[in-house]
Design a protein around this ligand. Sequence first.
Ligand SMILES: Cc1cc2nc3c(=O)[nH]c(=O)nc-3n(C[C@H](O)[C@H](O)[C@H](O)COP(=O)(O)OP(=O)(O)OC[C@H]3O[C@@H](n4cnc5c(N)ncnc54)[C@H](O)[C@@H]3O)c2cc1C
Length: 460
Amino acid sequence: MVSPGLMKEFQRILGKEQVFLEETDRATYAYDAAVLEPVMPAIVLRPKSPEELGQVVRLCHENGLPLTMRGAGTNLSGGSIPGRGGAVVLTTALNNILEINEADLYAVVQPGVITAKLAAAVEAKGLFYPPDPGSMAVSTLGGNVAENAGGLRGLKYGVTRDYVMGLTFFAAAGETVKTGSRTVKCVSGYNLAALLVGSEGTLGVISEIILKLIPPPATSKAMMATFDTVGKASETVAAIIAHRIVPATLEFLDNFTIRTVEDYSHAGLPVDAAALLLIEVDGHPAVVAEEAEKVEAICRQQGATQIHIAKDATERDRIWSARRSALPALAKLKPTCVLEDATVPRSKIPAMIRALEEISRKFDLTIGTFGHAGDGNLHPTILTDKRNQEEWHRVEAAVEAIFEVALELGGTLSGEHGIGTAKSRFLEKEFGKGTLLYSKRIKAALDPNHILNPGKIIGE
Ligand SMILES: Cc1cc2nc3c(=O)[nH]c(=O)nc-3n(C[C@H](O)[C@H](O)[C@H](O)COP(=O)(O)OP(=O)(O)OC[C@H]3O[C@@H](n4cnc5c(N)ncnc54)[C@H](O)[C@@H]3O)c2cc1C
């Protein structure tokens, strides 16, 4: 797929050591965190500067070579699997934090910066970058922007989209495009950043990101509420929001997940609880004290059997690291772990949880459910073994049933993990033919050679 002449051009631009052709090197980039078949890239490229990245994009365009960008490869929808082979382009060497501006509250970063690295760097300056995907220790900001990643703080602070002030990216033919600015307000031109955020590498190749920073909350309080039925826990989620309280974080864990996490992390979780809510309120100390009291009262009214308020930072960290270990803990139980993120309006969380229990029974599958209940974004996680064909068919049917019920409840296929190839065939069900056609027209206009991450979101 890559002619010797083209390969030499890549080597001239990047240097031989940044062009990977060996099968063993390429195999590393044939898959991501989604449960999908790997696809071998023809070549793997590692530009070290935005200029090199732009030249790579131009060469791919001129030669009709498909180009799939890759950050850390942690996405869960097949976004960085090179569907048609072609080139996988790594952002690992584009990993500089270019500026943290304390006066104007923004940061400028290259796409390969690890999310947690930026969060720590801004925290050291007394500032706050809220989007905190569970994968933040390894995921990149380019990947976060391309997937519009969410996280545990999405309920109060929003998702990556809410922090993107501006982008520089390469169009399919390699021209540099800029959108947004370092100012709080900017209405110059089309809002191209809105188009690029969540576009999964299908409309442009991001080379620089301007991100909004905010002052950190003065204080916070984390608590764990224990319930003897899943119904009571899910009704409590809806009740907290209905009382006009927006916690920074409002997470749900079912009994299966609680037990699995406890086995894995020994965090002292109540293994007999039917469900847990992990809640954090933050802000001004007076507001935090008042909201924490109200949340506690609501939990008790709704029938919480126990409420534990973290005494100090160590206890708070233990609660959140237990939550963050939910996926790794579940993933250890079976060879294949299918994590979904269909999302519903939050008042429909009780109905969604009931439906998930029904789906688990109907298809006779082990499903651990946890997630960002306050956002209506649960992660039903099906534990299986893909090699068991008969069970795998039931898994596929269960996933489809999850999508169907989420849409029936007025929700969406994906709250944060993206569509990729994993869910592209269901997109029409959510939005109808018109939306799909409109999206395909945008893609055709902006990427006429169809080289930017082909096959993702809207299919081939
Ligand atoms: C344990 C675990 C926990 C997770 N928790 C969360 C969570 O809480 N919230 C959440 O939203 N997601 C979560 N995810 C999913 C995943 O981490 C996110 O989607 C993340 O944003 C992907 O970042 P990445 O650097 O790994 O990108 P990749 O997976 O490498 O790429 C993701 C997409 O971005 C495109 N892309 C990458 N760089 C660029 C670029 N420079 N220009 C254009 N396109 C580009 C790729 O082509 C691909 O389509 C989790 C995943 C795991 C494994």
